[in-house]
Write a protein that binds this ligand. Structure first.
Ligand code: SF4
Length: 347
């Protein structure tokens, strides 16, 4: 039998740490499921994961509704858990409960030139909307700096993003690189972890968004779900029942591709193009398929919200673990900056 010298055996590489979060804005919709939760469910089995309920980010646009933010945060946590995010596999925390986010944000803010933020495409796109909604504020302008702090605080190495968001991560990388360069720090520059991020249209065919009132919630009640599916825009060129239609022009069919079996998709395609089915039949089948997927999570969410102590204990434990990591990073950064280093009191 061969004897293997253990010192010569390459150590298996530890899986890289994943950091992600969600801005707290109210009830989650199916765009959140396909854009994040579905990927997180896989990642939590493969990597150490930090998932944050980002309430400071929520406040950038909801600063006039601060009384709602606690409720939204709990609701969001209940959604995550109901859909299978497991606190025994990953660390779940509330951003504002880990004050080091703001401390690192302040350090990063000072070394981020204004020009870097002015070039952020999402800011350029949002300026007019922000002015109209009275959210043309410093918090919203500087949110990419806070995002960089969120990632760096947990030394996140992999950030799940869709292909269209890779450029957003570049600013985070630039800020971290600058800090590393100035202070000889060693925070990892995060890499994008490309994830499937299918486009989920709203009921009216535009992007699904709370502000457009066109969302299907992750915990939508049956009656409301049926009503919303019936409101979905179909192929506008199919005017009468006997007219053939084209599924690729239809929002209902986009949803079939996300929620229905291949058999049901084929049934809708053939039936639509031959006028063998009506839009009512097609929507009824879609409603059944969506409801089958979301009904168990909807019930689990109700149970979770009826058990506030259980939610509290999950979040207490997650925040404590997150804070321990955050403090470690902050201590290291301050020591490298020679700024209020551990154990020295300046005043
Ligand atoms: S039959 Fe279905 S796919 Fe065709 S237009 Fe109607 S709802 Fe859309």
């Amino acid at each position: 039998m061969d004897v293997v010298d253990p010192s010569l055996t390459p150590k298996p590489k530890a899986p890289l740490r994943v950091m992600s979060g969600m801005r707290v804005t109210g009830a989650l919709h199916l765009g959140h499921y396909f854009g994040a939760i579905k990927n997180w469910l896989k990642l939590q089995d493969q990597h150490p994961c930090y998932f944050g309920l980002m309430d400071w980010h929520g406040m950038t646009t909801a600063y006039k509704q601060t009384a709602e933010i606690d409720h939204w945060t709990r609701d969001m946590l209940a959604d995550w858990l109901a859909w299978g995010i497991d606190p025994d596999k990953c660390i779940l925390f509330i951003q504002s409960r880990v004050p080091e986010h703001l401390e690192l944000f302040m350090i990063f803010a000072n070394l981020t030139p204004m020009g870097w933020l002015e070039r952020v495409p999402t800011w350029k796109d949002a300026v007019e909307e922000a002015k109209q909604n009275d959210t043309h504020n410093l918090g919203r302008f500087a949110y990419p700096v806070l995002q960089a702090a969120d990632v760096a605080l947990y030394r996140g190495a992999l950030i799940p993003v869709g292909a269209d968001q890779v450029s957003h991560l570049e600013l985070t990388r630039e800020i971290i690189r600058r800090l590393n360069h100035l202070y000889k720090a060693k925070l990892p520059e995060p890499q994008p972890l490309l994830t499937e991020n299918p486009l989920v249209p709203g009921l009216d065919g535009r992007k699904m968004s709370k502000s457009y009132h066109n969302s299907l919630l992750m915990a939508e009640e049956e009656k409301e779900l049926r009503k919303k599916v019936n409101q979905m825009i179909t192929d506008t060129q199919r005017v009468r029942r006997e007219d053939p239609g084209e599924p690729e022009r239809c929002t209902v069919f986009t949803y079939h591709k996300l929620f229905s079996s291949l058999e049901d998709q084929a049934w809708a395609t053939v039936g639509c193009r031959s006028a063998g089915i009506g839009c009512g039949d097609c929507k009824a089948r879609l409603y059944e398929n969506i409801n089958r997927l979301i009904a168990p999570a909807r019930e689990r969410k109700k149970d979770l919200l009826n058990n506030p102590q259980h939610l509290d204990s999950i979040i207490e434990s997650g925040c404590a673990k997150a804070r321990t990591e955050a403090q470690k990073t902050l201590r290291d950064v301050r020591e490298r900056m020679k700024f209020h280093s551990a154990g020295r009191l300046w005043f």
